[in-house]
Design a binder for this molecule. Structure first.
Ligand SMILES: NC(=O)c1ccc[n+]([C@@H]2O[C@H](COP(=O)([O-])OP(=O)(O)OC[C@H]3O[C@@H](n4cnc5c(N)ncnc54)[C@H](O)[C@@H]3O)[C@@H](O)[C@H]2O)c1
Length: 372
């Protein structure tokens, strides 16, 4: 493969149009065709951006010399579109969430790895400097043993009874959990790994009728790390999605959002270079370089640059590979199952052993200790 990599883009909606603009300006990549079920949208792009429009996805994939595809269609279509591309040896960047079925996502991740193809999922927050810095500090062990992680996101997506679109239908991948909470959950997975259990989840409705507007859940991770998710897309107190995580460890605490990272290193902790005991605050401006082209947020451009870098070296590693996207899909399905009251087949949380206390037994005058 030679650069620029030839890429087709399918889905010319909210995400597709911005990916199109960014991809076209990303060094090492050229959009050679667009595809959408709407001939109106496709015709506009063909006319004003001079990029050929193809109504059929299969025709786009058949273009000679095509290296990659950007999938930005509603989530229900992702699995099939990814598989069609991979069957032709084409690298894939796919919007999040990867698919609507965690087993399918896992199988696709394995197929991509076996075929040596790039599979990247559009969890752009992993390209935000502050969130990346939190990951770096955790990997350095700056907090000591991690104990608890809290992930939250709020925003004004649905503030009245919603019109019927794919976003308002659960079978299409709509709803707060899959369309919104996927982002903070993905960051949680990055920091704490895959959860082993989920309990007490609630997916509640405020304005929607077929999908959830808010998600709350308790998760437990390996080594006794606990986690909580709190996400609401019917929150009019914000103007834009606000994603924030808080992590507590034995030696400190990190609070991180898109703009800044606040790090507390406690009495027994060792501050990493650039940090001190007590609080240190760093801002996005000192943690992120400018991308080649700025639209919507530097992280969207950085992830496209990441796709080019991954196509250069498909053996990786690269950020947001299909395996990590599949892990997030698994977490989403655990939350959904818990909210529906589905008892997991394997409840295998690995918890720190609780010290044995002498057993109690009922004596004549109440409870007495029974010595083992
Ligand atoms: N990373 C993010 O921050 C983010 C934000 C929003 C949406 N998304 C994800 O991006 C994807 C698309 O969301 P959106 O908001 O752009 O949706 P959208 O409804 O704005 O656009 C979807 C487009 O896909 C087209 N389409 C539908 N079915 C198609 C098909 N079978 N073949 C070709 N084109 C088809 C539609 O005509 C439309 O133009 C979803 O998976 C969503 O979860 C990610």
């Amino acid at each position: 493969m030679t650069e620029p990599f030839n890429v087709a883009l399918v889905g010319l909606g909210k995400m597709g149009i911005s990916h199109l603009a960014i991809a076209n300006a990303t060094p090492g990549m050229k959009v050679v065709a667009v595809c959408d079920t709407s001939a109106l949208l496709g015709g506009m792009v063909q006319k004003y951006a001079n990029i050929p429009y193809l109504a059929q996805y299969a025709d786009a994939l058949s273009l000679p010399g095509l290296d990659g595809v950007i999938v930005a269609t509603p989530t229900r279509f992702h699995a099939d579109m990814i598989r069609q591309a991979m069957a032709r040896g084409i690298h894939v960047f796919c919007e999040k969430p990867m698919t609507l079925d965690a087993d399918t996502s896992g199988a696709i991740a394995d197929e991509a790895a076996r075929a040596g193809l790039v599979g990247q999922v559009g969890y752009h927050n992993r390209f935000v400097g502050t969130f990346g810095e939190a990951k770096r500090l955790l990997d350095l062990g700056a907090l000591g043993r991690l104990r608890h992680i809290h992930a939250e996101a709020y925003g004004p997506v649905v503030l009245k009874p919603a019109a019927k679109t794919w976003r308002s239908q659960s079978s299409e991948g709509g709803g707060c959990l899959y369309d919104y909470a996927a982002h903070p959950v993905n960051l949680m997975n990055w920091y704490a790994g895959a959860p082993v259990t989920c309990s007490g989840a609630q997916m509640t409705q405020q304005w929607s009728t077929d999908v959830d507007d808010a998600v709350f859940a308790n998760l437990s991770f390996d080594g006794g790390v606990s986690g909580q998710v709190s996400v609401n897309w019917a929150d009019e107190t914000a103007r834009k999605m606000t994603t924030k995580l808080c992590l507590w460890g034995d030696h400190g605490k990190i609070t991180v959002d898109r703009q800044e990272i606040q790090v507390f290193i406690g009495t027994n902790g060792t501050p990493p270079e650039g940090y001190r005991k007590g609080w240190t605050i760093k801002y996005i401006t000192e943690l992120t370089d400018h991308p080649a082209f700025y639209l919507r947020g530097e992280e969207y451009s950085a992830q496209m640059e990441g796709f080019v870098a991954a196509m250069r070296n498909p053996a990786g590693p690269y950020v947001n590979d299909f395996a990590s996207g599949a892990a997030t899909d698994r977490t989403l399905s655990m939350i959904r199952d818990s909210a529906r009251g589905v008892v997991p087949a394997r409840a295998t949380a690995v918890l720190k052993p609780v010290p044995q206390r002498p057993a109690m037994r009922a004596g004549l005058f109440g409870w007495t200790l029974k010595r083992a």
